[in-house]
Design a protein around this ligand. Sequence first.
Ligand code: AMP
Length: 361
Amino acid sequence: MRIGIIGAGQLGQMLGFAAGKLGFEVRFVDPSSKPPASVCGKVIQSPFDDPVALIALAETCDVITYEFENVPVAALQHIDGLAPIYPPAEALSFSQDRLTEKQLLESLGIPLPAFHAINSRADLDIAARELGLPMVIKTRRLGYDGKGQFVVKNNDDFDIAWESLGDKPLIAEQWVAFDYEISCIGVRSVSGEIAIYPISRNVHVDGILRTSRSPLAEERLSETASGYVHQLLDHLNYVGVLALELFVINDQLLANEFAPRVHNSGHWTIEGSATSQFENHLRAILDMPLGSTASRGHAGMVNLIGDIPDAIRTQTPGVLHDYGKSPRPGRKLGHFTVIADTAAECDELVDKIDKSVNQST
Ligand code: AMP
């Protein structure tokens, strides 16, 4: 069995390691010369939307998946019928446009911050009247890790926001003074079996995920978030792992966005769950029975951004995942996971490690 993966970054690498454990081969398409996942299998070095490369991948693999959500949907049409493609293109297409993504969440009755489509400078004024200030302006497409976003705090910001982002289709969102952020990761197999991981609490700095911890004591939130993910998975006839990110405000949940792929906020599942999100993604797309999503203790994950300090290589307890990327400010180079017996111990370890490795970012 060979799995074709579009994208050979760190998520592709972790999928590749999981495939190896299951005894499967992997093959990738990626434009970089030595991407992180090249340690796991052959990489066809080509742009993600190159029909020749995608056809070569589909013709030599039993199933196709992808590690990032900006794969052009049109490119997948080139390989339609050559091999099954999971998650389905419809889910990919919803997640690529913040407006249709929010409309989908709304249609399913999943609560989310108020939003307004922005197609002209005048729409900014209308949105501000409707949503109040501050509000967040985001590009509808191709935003990630907080890129393509502008927080409009007062009237002086309108023109600046329009100047920096106005050449693209935009969406305005109500600013949420959230208490904290969580994500809920679920998985659905070809046969429709569903499994959901315990929610994790996530901290972002400058729009980039910094830490995740799981499980949380808030059972009601976990149940509600799981229900939303269940709804999304079934509605989209989804196959694979899906991550829903949500804000928690006054014990209520507001959905932010979903990713149709394995997710950074679920990296702790490698050591912290009976079955990792990566293994379950593969099980789902190969229509194997899903593995248990039960937690093994209290897990904490710290992203290593911009640099992997030497001290972390000898840190104990914990596990270092070094993606083998060259250092660059703001770049995710690896992560470090700890497993503890109690939430308090986990918090202490995560805070200590985060302080020691991410001082300058
Ligand atoms: P996103 O790219 O939409 O996931 O946004 C990246 C991060 O920006 C989120 O994880 C939040 O920390 C913050 N953020 C995004 N949208 C909002 C919002 N409407 N209100 C407050 N913070 C937000």
